[in-house]
Write a protein that binds this ligand. Structure first.
Ligand SMILES: C[S@@+](CC[C@H](N)C(=O)[O-])C[C@H]1O[C@@H](n2cnc3c(N)ncnc32)[C@H](O)[C@@H]1O
Length: 326
């Protein structure tokens, strides 16, 4: 085969692959990149640059650029990421070819991505006030997946053993009640629950009719006009902006009795990622960020751990002698 024949064949293959990728949705393209279904002609990356937004694909592209072993894959993923960022500040070769200064360039690229995602995250929230942060729209899918999962149950039950038998616990962002509220009810605790997604709250009422549940957002909930011995927020806080997370933690802390305990999840490192179900951006303030919020509220961060699904937990306690204010 001559070089010209090889080139013509390559171009036909690449065009066909590009067309096939362009028929996929943004979520499917991101899932392909994550699962290593990359194709043969590097067209996934062109399709991602054309079909997805920075919050949808930025984190996975950066991951590919940092970790993929094949140079051309790293190169094309870097080119797609730079196109989505709309920056000419970097050359894909300097990010991927193993040249001197590559590690520093990658760190600078990551900082730029985080800055951009954090500001887009805040802007999205201003434009779109869905209080459930996208969960109402995918309620049926979420209910089917989560109701069949026991991830986090052992961790939450272990945490609740620090409370008195029959203690009151607020479940913030309770979803359908399965598996977290249901496990706490099963262990004899008096559970109160809130969630901002009406479909999930209706589901909760059907599954746990004896439990008080309100369709309210943590930002505005009256928390049943009472205080609690404990509060859990599993898989919730990182759906919000940094300012909303600070406010939410403050509001939950203010709803605790003296000596009350709070347990919430969010990654240990500050980071952003795209929620696999809603496609929206999630934001972790990281250990230092959460530790500082808790300290400012007068809560002690007394423990951290990971569950079987690799979710990171922060456990905090309000002192006996003082009440925190939001
Ligand atoms: C990932 S799910 C976790 C549900 C449940 N905690 C669990 O462990 O299965 C996030 C939940 O938080 C709820 N949520 C999102 N933003 C909220 C907000 N601002 N106030 C209250 N609930 C919220 C969603 O509707 C959804 O049910």
């Amino acid at each position: 085969m001559t070089y010209a024949e090889f080139q013509a064949r390559w171009e036909r293959g690449a065009d066909a692959e590009y067309d096939a990728f362009m028929r996929r949705s943004a979520a499917e393209l991101v899932a392909d990149a994550r699962a290593g279904r990359l194709g043969e002609y590097y067209q996934l990356w062109r399709a991602i640059a054309a079909q997805t937004t920075l919050p949808q694909s930025g984190p996975v592209l950066l991951d590919v650029v940092r970790r993929e072993s094949t140079y051309l894959v790293r190169y094309h993923a870097a080119a797609a990421l730079l196109a989505l960022l709309g920056t000419a500040e970097f050359d894909p070769v300097d990010l991927t070819a193993g040249r001197p200064g590559e590690a520093a360039a990658l760190d600078a690229l990551e900082r730029l991505l985080q800055e951009r995602l954090t500001s887009e995250h805040a802007a999205n929230f201003d434009a779109d006030r869905d209080p459930s942060n996208g969960y109402e729209a995918i309620a049926a899918d979420f209910a089917a997946l989560r109701s069949a999962s026991t991830i986090g149950v052992t961790t939450v039950r272990d945490w609740a053993r620090n409370l008195e038998p029959g203690a009151s616990i607020l479940d913030v962002g309770c979803g359908t009640g399965l598996p977290i509220s249901a496990a706490l009810v099963g262990d004899g605790f008096e559970v109160f629950a809130i969630d901002a997604a009406p479909t999930l709250v209706a589901d909760f009422r059907r599954r746990l009719p004896e439990v008080a549940v309100a369709c309210e957002a943590v930002e505005t909930s009256a928390f049943f006009g009472r205080a609690f011995d404990g509060a859990v927020a599993i898989g919730v806080l990182f759906l919000m902006t940094a300012a909303q997370q600070r406010e939410a933690i403050g509001r939950i802390a203010a709803a605790l009795n003296p000596g009350g305990r709070m347990l919430f999840t969010s990654p240990r490192e500050p980071c952003t990622w795209s929620d696999s179900l809603t496609g929206r951006l999630s934001l972790s303030l990281g250990h230092d960020g959460y530790a500082s919020i808790l300290a400012n509220l007068g809560l002690s961060l007394v423990g951290e751990c990971c569950d079987e699904g690799d979710n990171h937990y922060y456990s905090a306690v309000l002192p006996e002698h003082t009440r925190s204010t939001p």
